[in-house]
Ligand binder design. Structure first.
Ligand code: F3S
Length: 78
């Protein structure tokens, strides 16, 4: 699974980083980003965070949490 924040739509509500602080952080303006890969959506996020990422996605009021499921055959890194 890969994830990033659509920072143009983030309204700094803080839900994503409250739900999954190991994946999401926010800058001095409160705008969130995925700190694992600096919001580049290049890293495969460890499987243990998948349910929290989905929860963050469901709880973002502006649907700014972008999630991409693993593609078939993609290696999952731990
Ligand atoms: Fe922003 Fe949504 Fe997170 S508004 S702080 S991306 S929950």
């Amino acid at each position: 699974m890969k994830t990033k924040i659509n920072r143009e739509d983030c309204i700094a509500c803080g839900n994503c980083s409250a739900i999954c602080p190991d994946v999401y952080d926010y800058d001095e303006d409160g705008i969130a980003f995925c700190h694992i890969d600096n919001n580049s959506m290049s890293a495969i996020i460890p499987e243990k965070y998948e349910s929290l990422i989905k929860e963050a996605c469901e709880n973002c009021p502006t649907e700014s949490v972008i999630v991409e499921e693993n593609k078939e055959g993609e290696q999952i890194e731990y």
